[in-house]
Ligand binder design. Sequence first.
Ligand code: ATP
Length: 280
Amino acid sequence: MTTTLTAPAKINLALDVVGKKDNGYHLVEMIMQTISLHDEVSVAPDRQTSVVCNRQDVPTDETNICIKAWKLMQETYSLPDGIKITIKKNIPVAAGMAGGSTNGAAVIAAVNREFGLNLALPEMKSLGGRLGADVPFCLQKGTALATGIGDVLQELSPCPKIYVLAVNPGFAVSTVQVYKNLAWHKITEHPDTAAMIKAIKKQDANGVLRQTGNVLENSAFQLFPQLAAIKSQIGETGLTPLMSGSGGTMLGLTEDREKAAYALNKLQGLYPFAGIFETI
Ligand code: ATP
């Protein structure tokens, strides 16, 4: 049999860095949000383990997070042989949308179903945490506050519907490099995460849009000035511009679908990836 699951992308409606640990990890405060853009991940029992993907820039060897997820499940639950993992990738790669993490999360959930393991969500999240800080959220989905090094999750009430224009310039942005280049103690403007949570609770989409912010933008813009230019272009269309995660996907947010369509029309064709999605 084959189990196929959708693996949705995430954006950060707010991303703040509030400290750094001795081991070099940054302490964050992030509002995480699932959006409708998604990959499809299938798993099928096989004699060997393999990954097939429709995109060349996704590794198909042991460095693919899907293989790491399978190995972890296989060892933990003594599962036999291997699996064939098929990824239909729509999420831009190395783009700040947790494309790898959501694939890893989908493998955990698909293996759970395919092999009838009956694992509950908390157990799958704790396994996922061993693969990467974003994986537990990718299993939980929806809207959440992430603190600590991004690994402590608190579920929030669902965000009001917001349309998300996503534009990706086609080059990879390394999360590690953006954090390395960040002078976190020099950050003067922090997003008001508490105000964002209040706006979400009140289902106040405009309030959510007013509180968006990402303190990694300056660091990413220093490394990749083109991202700042895309942010300006999105701002000129009237949408609320915001960088997704550590970049380089740039977002334009609005509660008005027509406005999102107008902005897409202005930007389409200028960049390798552009589309309208929504919070889910
Ligand atoms: P995050 O937002 O979690 O920082 P990202 O969206 O910026 O992640 P990914 O798309 O997860 O970045 O890709 C980061 C790197 O992970 C890629 O350069 C790629 O080599 C590697 N990778 C491993 N497995 C996958 C996968 N299944 N899909 C995409 N990239 C993968």
